[in-house]
Design a protein around this ligand. Sequence first.
Ligand SMILES: C[S@@+](CC[C@H](N)C(=O)[O-])C[C@H]1O[C@@H](n2cnc3c(N)ncnc32)[C@H](O)[C@@H]1O
Length: 316
Amino acid sequence: MRFYDCLADEASFLDDCLRGLAAPQKALAPKYFYDHLGSQLFEEICTLPEYYPTRTEMAIMEANVAEIARLVGPNVELIELGSGASVKTRLLIERARPALYVPIDIAERQLRSAADEIAALFPWLHICAVRADFTRPLRLPSFMGVPVKLKVVFFPGSTIGNFTPDEAAALLRGVRDMAGTGARLLIGVDLKKDKRTLEAAYDDAQGVTARFNLNLLARINRELGGDFRPERFRHKAFYDEALGRIEMHLESRYAQFVHVGGRRFDFRPGETIHTEISCKYAVEEFQALARRARFEPLRVWTDPDRLFSVHLLIAV
Ligand SMILES: C[S@@+](CC[C@H](N)C(=O)[O-])C[C@H]1O[C@@H](n2cnc3c(N)ncnc32)[C@H](O)[C@@H]1O
């Protein structure tokens, strides 16, 4: 297993944080959720009864793996964006037998341990783990000596929903340009559904999602010397039906101020830091978005309850 650290700018967390907390609607990007504890909390979220996306996407893949493997084909370069624990990928590797696996994630410890586990499970597979921020231009190292037929980009977990439709189209356009004409994109996309199911998935009874959201403040304290008191904030998640998206915020319980990077930030009671969106798409809506990035649909699979979709597209 080879490991490349392509995370260009370590200072960006502080810069983004200072800019985000100074904005009229305070905001922090969801990519900052994923320090080591954040990655662990996300894995716990994946097992919650309310969090249907992980088990549903896995079930769709299990039910259709023979067809997916046939359409993806063997000896490809399998590039995974936001690979996390690489759990769903195991199925794909086992059945499609790519020549090279390139997991890309911002969270170093989880990326390394997931890649090590994949290496132990599939000793015949070449692996190049890349620590990078996929919202920045992707310049992947060239993988000499591994014969590959084509690139297949796997982007599970509905992580694409964390971007507005315009941002998502721009991100996919970058993916398309990196992967080249004829490349395949296999992407998990959460479907629109009733507000109750959606809001429960992002505000579970055990409070794990709340801990995941609040960990961002603790991370700012740990890494940037901030003095947030997380207990003075509450997790808030709601579905905006007009925009078709979940919004997650951290709401200040009181009038208070905090310091980060030597600067003071004031909060009114009820004022929020916007931490995540999760956009939901009808199948045709997502296909239209993908076309903006020059991906044409090949096949789409859903579960019987139509909670989640897995799309296979081709770069044209
Ligand atoms: C919603 S989780 C999905 C994890 C896994 N793929 C799954 O399907 O369960 C998002 C993953 O993307 C990673 N991630 C989030 N933003 C990222 C970024 N800008 N660049 C690289 N990785 C990112 C996180 O560390 C995390 O592993």
